[in-house]
Design a protein around this ligand. Structure first.
Ligand code: FAD
Ligand code: UDP
Length: 374
């Protein structure tokens, strides 16, 4: 008889939701994480009375009432609405692309005027491509130009995207942006989902509640003591990198990494908004986050974080799976091995090599837990 029913590798959102469900079903769980804290990438930590999102801005949003009700049993969510501002050189624009953006770009005031302007911009882009002998968009640059035209593309998309992915837009596949939503209302809400907010007091408290009743071991790497951890439980839930689990036998999956630079400033309000995107290529970071605004903070000081996209190499934090065709094909080989496992379940952003948002991780963990436990 093993000591635990489940060993859960990774105390992130996936691991925590699964652990909670298993606990409810009377199972005994051991949760380990190689980091020195719980929460994975949603981890928040208090500085100067402000909950700092240590791994970048995290805004919970979902259309699914069941998921919203579920997370609300662990935390009270505030009414924060994400409305990022984009800064291009000395100009400021509202995101997502909406009437405020169009007014600032072209001085148009009505939806009709804005629609005509966008149509004109798209037509010019298509004509230029035809003149160059291009029939269908072959890359992200051409795709974006035909969807929104030159002004929006050059000021708000090109530089940001090239920094984020470390490649020229003309070298990125078109399928990355099938759609670029434009909205003909004066509405700066970034998400279309019905429910949105930030857990009051930060995400760490929410994860702590999910993990209540489990044994937790931090700064503990599964791979460093694999043999002993393989014997500690009947079953394993693995939320780390699936290619690492299999010793990279088919090759390394690729990720995109980030570097965060956080500063406490002796001022009340630095940028007047939680998220400001820097869309020009020459500024090396993609965004600055001012954490207090996620919770309408009134503290005397403020904490800001600059987010720099970075090349990923083995040993760096794998923030974004690169879900292009090459990597997805490699992942499916690992997936085939995973399907053969009789006591290991793979889940989450790294375990399933999929760029899940938080609501999707919660939904997936509930689905897997339900299958597993019932
Ligand atoms: P993780 O949080 O990565 O947890 C996995 C855990 O496993 C980690 O703690 C890791 O240390 C641990 N681990 C890995 N290998 C081992 C090992 N060998 N031994 C022990 N432990 C191990 N989503 C939204 O919905 N809204 C947002 O606004 C949003 N913004 C984001 C911004 C950024 C910059 C990033 C990177 C992500 C954002 N997300 C957002 C996505 C969100 O972070 C993820 O959906 C979620 O955190 C995934 O949870 P997870 O448990 O799958 O993975
Ligand atoms: N994007 C952009 N300009 C912006 C913000 C986003 O062109 O000001 C593009 C960019 O290609 C980016 C994608 O939209 O990779 C998704 O960005 P978002 O901030 O929505 O997602 P996140 O990086 O937080 O997952």
């Amino acid at each position: 008889m093993a000591e635990f029913d489940y060993l859960i590798v990774g105390a992130g959102l996936f691991g925590a939701v699964f652990a909670h469900e298993a606990g409810k079903a009377g199972k005994k769980c051991l949760v380990i994480d190689r980091r020195d804290h719980i929460g994975g990438n949603v981890y928040t930590e208090e500085t100067e009375g402000i909950n700092v999102h240590k791994y970048g801005a995290h805004i919970f949003h979902t259309n699914d009432k069941r998921i919203w009700d579920y997370v609300n049993t662990f935390a009270e969510f505030n009414r924060y609405t994400n409305s990022p501002v984009a800064r291009y050189k000395e100009e400021l624009y509202n995101l997502p692309f909406n009437m405020n953006t169009f007014h600032a770009l072209w001085g148009v005031k009505t939806p009709k005027e804005a629609e005509l302007k966008i149509e004109e911009q798209k037509r010019d882009a298509v004509e230029q491509m035809r003149a160059e002998g291009v029939a269908e968009p072959r890359n992200l640059r051409e795709q974006a130009l035909t969807l929104v035209g030159k002004d929006i593309y050059e000021k708000l998309i090109e530089g940001y995207t090239e920094k984020q992915w470390g490649k020229r837009a003309s070298e990125l596949p078109a399928f990355i942006i099938k759609r670029l939503p434009v909205r003909f209302t004066y509405d700066n809400n970034y998400f279309n989902d019905k429910y949105q907010g930030i857990p009051e007091g930060g995400y760490t408290g929410m994860i702590e509640k999910m993990l209540k009743g489990c044994e937790i071991r931090l700064s503990t790497d599964y791979f460093k003591e694999r043999k002993s951890y393989d014997n500690v439980s009947n079953r394993i839930v693995f939320t780390g990198m699936i290619d690492e689990f299999y010793g990279h036998r088919f090759g390394y999956l690729e990720y995109r990494s980030l570097r965060f630079e956080t500063e406490t400033l002796d001022m009340y309000n630095y940028q007047g908004n939680a998220v400001v995107n820097y869309t020009e290529y020459e500024v090396p970071y993609t965004r600055i986050i001012e954490h207090k605004h996620f919770e309408f903070g009134t503290q005397e000081k403020t904490v800001i974080t600059r987010e720099y996209p970075a090349e990923w190499k083995w040993g760096d934090e794998p923030y974004y799976p690169m879900n292009d065709e090459k990597n997805n094909a490699l992942y499916s080989k690992y997936r085939e091995l995973a399907e053969e496992e009789d006591r290991v379940i793979f889940g989450g952003r790294l375990g399933e090599y999929k760029y899940y948002d938080m609501h999707q991780v919660v939904a997936r963990a509930l689905e897997i837990a339900d299958k597993e436990l019932n």
